[in-house]
Design a protein around this ligand. Structure first.
Ligand code: ZN
Ligand code: ZN
Ligand code: ZN
Length: 160
């Protein structure tokens, strides 16, 4: 894993540069807090709550507070750079819009499976045709039972 991370570092730096260019292109200001925030999101690859991001950012920038992180996430979301997803009952998970994806979340063990948008293609097509509804495949997770839990006795008791 460390080998992969080392090799990806210059790429992550380049991707951060691209994100900041995109941010400016959308009329957003690039601040220290935003740079640090986007850097932390790139590093973690998504699935971060605002609290986790605030913690990651505060390591190098102790002056950046949780309220600042919330405000910036909101603004970055409005600018289309960041999206949030609801994966369960807890806090929303933030993702870079460029890396947004769908999720299958197990109701029993909480495992999260990332899915490509194609998985929702037939649902999206049917919803559009029948109700003129545009499906957003990444905003909320699809709940269910994972293969491991289905195979376990516990899930069999819950769902015979
Ligand atoms: Zn995700
Ligand atoms: Zn939401
Ligand atoms: Zn499970």
């Amino acid at each position: 894993m460390s080998q992969v991370r080392d090799a990806a570092e210059p790429e992550a730096e380049a991707e951060l540069g691209e994100l900041l260019v995109a941010l400016r292109g959308k009329g957003g200001r690039v601040t220290t807090a935003r740079r640090a925030l986007l850097g932390a999101m790139l590093e973690r690859g998504g699935h971060c709550s605002a609290e986790e991001l605030a913690e990651a950012v505060s390591v190098a920038h102790p002056g950046v507070r949780l309220s600042t992180v919330y405000r910036n996430l909101e603004e970055l979301e409005r600018l289309g750079v960041v999206v949030h997803a609801h994966l369960g009952h807890g806090a929303a998970s933030y993702h870079l819009a460029s890396r947004a994806h769908g999720h299958l979340v197990c109701e029993h063990c909480g495992v999260e499976i990332e899915t490509p948008d194609e998985l929702f293609a037939s649902l999206a097509q049917a919803a559009a045709q029948r109700w003129g509804f545009r499906v957003n495949p990444w905003h909320s997770a699809v709940s269910g039972t994972c293969a491991d839990c289905l195979a376990s006795d516990r899930a069999r008791e819950i769902r015979p």
